[in-house]
Design a protein around this ligand. Structure first.
Ligand code: MN
Length: 205
């Protein structure tokens, strides 16, 4: 995993940089949603976690280590920070025929039959997750792919998996743009997945 997404600097977790302009993901994710979801929700998770770990045995540990070793408020804030850092760095401007590339594309075809079948399974798991949570594509040590639903602040690293891409299905991720139409938001997200970044994560293990 990219160390810049999980490592504290001078004892604090900061707000990661976005690899695109705030309005670049429209209409899948509006500039207004980015301003709240990234500027307010994500910043709060980073600030809360920095305060919670100060002076404890978690100080200086990276996000994956904290997620694996914590519970309660520390786990909730660390999990959400890890989830969102991976989420906000997996997008790019919309493309009409946006498809996986390279070894990850081959693995998706081999395991799910086609990209369309994979998308269908992933979208159904996102739409069907009750309450707040995340749907993930991850890989295991053998390179096998897994699509999992993770409730609340959970992350596939707890199952020993390498997280590749995720859709945030907490209402704060889409309510301003799509109101209660979660499946429509999910359908739009496929246009903005940065498959080069996903491939990089797949190859990095
Ligand atoms: Mn979120």
């Amino acid at each position: 995993m990219d160390n810049t997404l999980i490592t504290p600097a001078n004892g604090r977790f900061g707000l990661i940089g976005l690899p695109y302009a705030q309005d670049a993901l429209e209409p899948a994710i509006s500039s207004t949603t980015i301003s709240f979801h990234y500027g307010k929700h994500l910043k709060a998770y980073a600030d809360n976690l920095s305060g919670l770990v100060a002076g404890t045995h978690f100080e200086g540990k990276n996000l994956v280590e904290i997620v694996r070793g914590s519970e309660g408020a520390v786990f909730n804030n660390a999990g959400q920070l890890l989830n969102h850092n991976l989420y906000f760095t997996e997008f790019r401007a919309p493309r009409e025929d946006n498809r996986p590339v390279g070894r990850l594309a081959e693995a998706i075809d081999a395991q799910f039959g086609s990209f369309e079948s994979f998308k269908d399974e992933f979208s159904k798991k996102g739409a069907g997750l009750f309450g707040s949570g995340w749907v993930w594509l991850s890989s295991d040590a053998e390179g096998k792919l897994h699509v999992t639903q993770e409730p609340n602040a959970s992350n596939p690293v707890l199952k020993g998996l390498n997280p590749l891409i995720t859709f945030d299905v907490w209402e704060h991720a889409y309510y301003l743009d799509y109101h209660n139409r979660r499946p429509d938001h999910i359908a739009a997200l496929w246009q903005i997945i940065d498959w080069d970044e996903a491939e990089k994560r797949f190859l990095s293990k």
